[in-house]
Design a protein around this ligand. Structure first.
Ligand code: ZN
Length: 151
């Protein structure tokens, strides 16, 4: 199977069977994000205990890229410390930026070693309009953490 086809399958799998797609009854932090260019909505809710994200709910609606990215993000950040999540966000956004491959913080040959399924989204980089779709859940997550850390 060609790599691009494999990536496409991974994205569709997350889109059709999104992980962590539920609202949490008592979140410690939450944020809503939207991407008007595409009409994507994402809501991120977090349960945080001693600076570790112990639970996450990602809901919303929109294109396959935004929803799949949210699903993958939930898996990637659950049980991780806030510091590590900031690091993952930088890695992901670095991978998704047009010149991501030249980002010294990311090994262009093996981003998947850290990012797992999220690696499948790097093909989106070829479609600049869709990069905002892929970034949306992460931007919303950062917004939620900013509100939490301000307390
Ligand atoms: Zn979109």
């Amino acid at each position: 199977m060609a790599l691009e086809e494999l990536y496409r399958e991974v994205i569709l799998d997350h889109y059709r069977s999104p992980r962590n797609r539920r609202t949490l009854p008592h979140p410690d932090a939450s944020a809503d994000g939207n991407n008007p260019l595409c009409g994507d909505d994402v809501r991120v809710e977090l349960v945080i205990d001693r600076d570790v994200i112990v639970d996450i709910g990602v809901t919303g609606q929109g294109c396959s890229i935004s929803q799949a990215s949210g699903s993958m993000m939930g898996d990637a950040v659950k049980t991780k410390s806030i510091d590590h999540v900031h690091h993952l966000t930088d890695l992901f956004k670095g991978m998704m930026s047009i010149d991501g491959a030249s980002d010294p913080g990311l090994d262009p040959d093996r981003p998947g070693a850290v990012l797992g399924d999220l690696e499948a989204l790097q093909g989106v980089r070829k479609f600049p309009v869709r990069i905002k779709c892929a970034d949306l859940p992460w931007t919303t997550l950062e917004e939620a953490l900013k509100g939490y850390e301000a307390h």
